[in-house]
Design a protein around this ligand. Sequence first.
Ligand code: ZN
Length: 346
Amino acid sequence: METVACGMCGSSRARTVLRQRDLALGGSEETFTVVRCRACGLLYLNPRPDRTEIGRFYPPQYFADEQPKSRSELELRLKRWSNAVKRWVREDFYGYPGSRLPRWARMPRRLLLWPEQARRVFRGREILPWTGQGRLLDVGCGPGGNLASLQAQGWDVHGLDASEVAVGRARKRFGDRVRMGDPVATEYKDQSFDVVIFSHALEHMHDVRAVLKESRRILDDRGLLVITLPNAGSWEAKLFGPWWFPWELPRHLYHFDRRTLARMLEQAGFRVVRMRTGVGSLFFMASLERAWTRRLGRPLPARWLMERVVARPFCLLAGHLGHGTEITVYAVKDGVQGEGDNGAAG
Ligand SMILES: [Zn+2]
């Protein structure tokens, strides 16, 4: 274990916020401590496993492959139909190329799709806006689940991960488009990508500031950085305290809220163009179930009802008010020519 100073401002003054064990994978009684920097407010794990130790907290089962679902003929038909609708939404609202529709038919289709688009936004199912030539890097890609769906949408996908197990699995599908490496010093050329994504990945990294600076280097001047991570300032984190699912100790080394994430991005030379919080109830239910079973020693009753009557309304409200359990931020490179004409700014 290593003791560290704040990864954002360098101050060593911090106070303990919570202690918890490795609830997801831990067989041990080892306790981990999250502290808050007294100078800038950043939450981080301290002490923390150093780069040589962190591997033992990621056993192979952590990188589970997704099992393909078996579907009936009717389900397949419905799936094809819903995929077509999603493709139209991507073309008409997010600038995706590939539409064979003549120009005069575009506007009526857009009008017809508008309720579906409004529903998607309300349910938090927003889509990555098409950017540049579609060259995309998923940092911390794991076994490649994200890459598969992004490739199906037409992106020219590439992946990077520090785990040999994860890269091995991802390479079965994507070959040498997936590399193993340290996100602080990648081997990509300057401005190699139109989009760089961190999906529940940045909070796992030892030096976030250096990782973001490297991302800025490999991102096109008109490119888009997209980060999704847990919101430590969310109502859920406050409600569940140490039982909040996304603390994920000791794999999450940093715990951002909207303010600290924006500040970290600014320090690395990015400008935030949009920030929203998620409306999903997955983490709420996982936290509730965990707290209930660990504290009361029996399974959560009426789970179905609890999810529909409590979790979903709570999460919808929290998410739309900016207090949801997950943050997604879109940022562009600050101080370069051509900034501002990016599709995510709307
Ligand atoms: Zn600090």
